[in-house]
Design a protein around this ligand. Structure first.
Ligand code: NAD
Length: 278
């Protein structure tokens, strides 16, 4: 989806998890609107290639390899952007890790921690570092990518639900704390978009339900009131709006972009348990 071509003119925007999927779509959208985009990802080569594509399409972008779960790397990232570009206008916290499909009773310590670390703590680290610069410059917009799961939890992905609910709370808290400085903080809750992330989750759900992936894709489509899966551009345009001057009186908002889908409330069937499960 094209922007009006100037909504983000002159903005310095940092987008995390920008090598692929929604983050890439958001980076492309902001660059089309005139922003200079710093595309951050763990996947070094992929994010460099993605930034080169944005540049080839006429935008301004550079790829930076950083791990949002590393507090020091995150501090260095924002210090580097502030020094090189003189300011940080926009931060989109998009990097997130989906949970392997598993009941709470089967969820390992390590996987719980890994999902919370990337999805919630990574967002906190980036909000804290960018928030300091934005507070000092007394301007800026942060958009945190949560999920419909952050509002309505789905079964078998508890760590992800909790992390995304935490992202909403973090958003609303930071919006209050930075309001006096003119810094706005909002969240977007996407519904299903068929990225690598969602494909992995779908494949695991199909296995547990014993159905084909195509059937699962169709079931999800039918559950979406607007009758289709989302595209990265559907999410990007909402994020772009929140980062633009058009949203200058909006902060602490949590906006669902999901074709009308509020969440998935199906409960898994009972399973036979053995002593070994205790
Ligand atoms: N796809 C969906 O249906 C959907 C729905 C709701 C919410 N979301 C959320 O949107 C965001 C993007 O999802 P996606 O579907 O594009 O996922 P994706 O897995 O395709 O992309 C995520 C990107 O984040 C990067 N990343 C992961 N850990 C990182 C780290 N520690 N540091 C830096 N980068 C890291 C990955 O390398 C990858 O490029 C996530 O926060 C996800 O939870 C997605």
């Amino acid at each position: 989806m094209a922007t009006d071509g100037s909504a983000h003119e002159g903005q310095i925007a940092v987008v995390t998890g920008a090598a692929q999927g929604l983050g890439l779509g958001i980076a492309q959208y902001l660059a089309q609107g005139g922003a200079q985009v710093v595309m951050v990802d763990l996947q070094d080569e992929k994010v460099t290639a993605a930034a080169a594509e944005v540049v080839a399409a006429g935008g301004q972008a550079r790829g930076v390899c950083a791990d949002v779960t590393c507090s020091e790397q995150v501090k260095g990232l924002f210090r580097g952007v502030a020094q090189q570009d003189g300011k940080i206008d926009v931060l989109v916290n998009n990097a997130g890790l989906g949970q392997d499909v598993a009941a709470i009773t089967e969820l390992s310590d390590e996987h719980w921690q890994q999902v919370i670390d990337v999805t919630l703590t990574g967002t906190f680290f980036c909000c804290r570092s960018a928030g300091r610069w934005m507070r000092r410059q007394e301007s800026g917009a942060i958009v945190n990518i949560s999920s419909i799961n952050g509002v309505n939890p789905a079964a078998l992905v508890a760590a992800y639900n909790v992390a995304k609910a935490g992202v909403i709370s973090l958003t609303r808290t930071l919006a209050l704390e930075l309001a006096a400085y003119g810094v706005r903080v909002n969240a977007v809750c996407p519904g299903p978009v068929y990225t690598d992330f969602n494909q992995r989750v779908m494949a695991q759900r199909c296995e547990s339900l014993g159905i084909e992936e195509e059937e699962m894709i169709e079931r999800v489509r039918q559950a979406i009131p607007l009758g289709r899966w989302g595209e990265p551009a559907d999410i990007a345009s909402a994020v772009g709006f929140l980062c633009s001057r058009s949203a200058s009186w909006m902060t602490g908002e949590v906006i669902r972009v999901s074709g009308g889908l509020e969440g998935v409330s199906a409960a898994p069937p009972k399973q036979t348990l053995s002593e070994a499960d205790l």
